[in-house]
Structure formats: structure tokens, C-alpha cells
Design a protein around this ligand. Sequence first.
Ligand SMILES: Nc1ncnc2c1ncn2[C@@H]1O[C@H](COP(=O)(O)OP(=O)(O)OP(=O)(O)O)[C@@H](O)[C@H]1O
Length: 235
Amino acid sequence: MSSGLLTLEGLTSGYGSAPVVQDVSLSLAPGEILAVLGKNGMGKSTLLKTIMGFLPAMSGRIGFDGADATGRKPFEMARMGIAHAPQEYTLFQDLTVAENLRLGVSDDRTFRERLEDVAALFPRIIERQKQRAGTLSGGEQKMLLMSRALIARPKLMLIDEISEGLQPTMIERMADALRRTRAQTGVAILLVEQHLAFALSVADRYAVLKLGEIVEQGRAGDASAAETLAGHLKV
Ligand SMILES: Nc1ncnc2c1ncn2[C@@H]1O[C@H](COP(=O)(O)OP(=O)(O)OP(=O)(O)O)[C@@H](O)[C@H]1O
């Protein structure tokens, strides 16, 4: 295994016997932000679910933080330091905002301390602590999903299309939250996205996923990045 924080080597996975993610090799250094871009149905969510252990690898290897993490279960990946903010709303709708956040840490004292991290990034979430998660707006639910991932102070965050359905000011706030979190905590972030401007505004590097395969990689700061990616994301 290489010295990256996350290393994928020839990773193939899917549903039943049909591969969706095919022979993906990627690596992510500590504190690095990588955006994986692709159109609908290209396998972006499947890639994150495989890394997190919700889907088994059919072949290939997943290395994390110096260990072979292939075949580990989601709770083991979480213990190793990976947090997943999925595309689906996986919040407990009948629990309050605070109760949802409390599930991300092991004890009350840590919870109280880390609420300050959330307050600094998403003050609105703290204002709505006592509200049931199911009654939050779509944008607020996304903020809560991000906050729940952050409160665990992970080494790596897997973030699935967090910009989807958000208005432009909210997208900018999310981008700012991701940049600040990385700067303050050194967390590495693997985000899958279709929103090109958002992805390029936060990522150091990008990769393009097409029919489950990585077909292009580059640096987000390259002059040609936006044009190259727009070509891949064209309908
Ligand atoms: N639970 C499942 N069972 C069978 N096939 C699935 C399942 N989930 C996803 N797929 C299929 O796997 C392929 C990739 O889906 P995936 O959700 O990973 O794509 P995506 O790139 O995240 O798309 P989107 O941007 O639309 O969310 C699609 O053809 C989808 O129909």
C-alpha cells in the first residue's frame, strides 16, 4: 500500500453480480480534497458506499491510514476515522437536531465541546437544536448531515452531492465550510459532485467517473480544468 491516507487499487464493486464501479485506482493524501465528477448514474454514490463498506469489493483493495481496509464493515470504517455524508437523507427524522448530532460522538462532554465546531460553521443548526430533524428545510438537513459527519472529527470525509438542490448562496456557504474545515482540522475530503463550479472551488484535484471507470484526472487549479470537466459533464 502507498503512503496516501486513502488508496484504492483496482476497486470493482456493484449490486448482485453486475459491476458498477470498475477497476478504480485513486489515492488521497492527508488533508487533500479530491472531487470525483460524473453525470447521473455513473457510479459516484456506489464508489463512496464501497469505500465505506456498505457494499463489498468484488475485487481490488482499499487502504486507509496505513492498513488494509478491504472488507471492513461501515462501523469499522467509522472507527478508523471515515465519516460519510450520503446523498439520501439518513437523518433520524423524529429525533431533534441535537439528538442527531449526539449520535456522532461517544460521550456528552465531547458532544458539548464539539458543538462549538458546528456553531462556527453552521450557526443555524445550533439555533435549531431542539427542532425535529424531519421538519428542517432541505438546505438545513444538508447542513445537519455535514455537521453530523464533522462532529466525529474524522480523518476523511466522504461527501455525496452535497450541493444538490441548494440555492447558490447556500452552495457558497457549503464551499466555505469545507475549505475552513480542511484548513482548521486537516481533514481529507473525497466529494462526488455534478456541480462543476462548486467542486473546483473546493478541490485540489479532480477525477472523472464515466460508467464506473476513471477516465480523466487533473489539478483543479489548471487553466483547462473547467473546460475539460464541462466536456465530460455535458448531457
Ligand atoms: N441498490 C441498487 N441496486 C441495483 N442497482 C443500483 C443500486 N443503486 C444504484 N444502482 C445502479 O448503479 C448505477 C450507478 O448508480 P450511482 O447511484 O452510484 O450513480 P451516481 O453517479 O451516484 O448517480 P446520481 O448522480 O444520479 O446520484 C446506476 O445504474 C444505478 O441504477
